[in-house]
Design a binder for this molecule. Sequence first.
Ligand code: FES
Length: 207
Amino acid sequence: MYSKKVIKYFTHPKNVGEIKNADGKSTEGSLACGDIVHIYIKVDPKTHVIRDIKFKSYGCAANIATTSVMTELAKGKTIEQAKNIKFSDITKALGGLPPVKIHCSVLAIDGLKSAIRNYEEKHGIAKEEDLDEGLIRSRLRRVMDPSVGRDIVSLGIVQSVKLDKGMVKLLLKIPKKHRFFKHIMEDIEEKIAYIPGVKGIERELLD
Ligand code: FES
């Protein structure tokens, strides 16, 4: 059911790994299947060209192949050019994907866009979005609990979100002994801390 190219990229993926001190990084989960990718980018601060990009996939064969192709398409492009890469560019490069696997390529694109946004927010060049509780909640919807492959809002881990003069106050229902506690807390930080206007995050935990 997979093209020869998908098999080739799955068995010999390019740009696998992690970049230490990445300029931008993301963890994105697919709402369709619960799988996760990590993306790391190194960006030239003057030209905004993506000089290096690496990934780790906790997804299926199609996700490994599509994320690998995405890294090849993004490398050497400016962040503005990279934002225009579509999942259809990836599926075309792979000679097509089975319809039930299209979301795997969407996950690769979501990871890239999220890593670019992380870079832009860290470097103060992100387009301003209206900072409100809705924006914070929408970012939290992209934080996955890997143990069940669902986001922390729909799982009820996020009990409430309040915004007070730039301070984000979260009430989270999660035990500290949760297998992915550290991972989830880091992902929350990564998704929220750099939003323009956010001054800090306060977390109250319910067991
Ligand atoms: Fe989850 Fe492919 S089925 S990424």
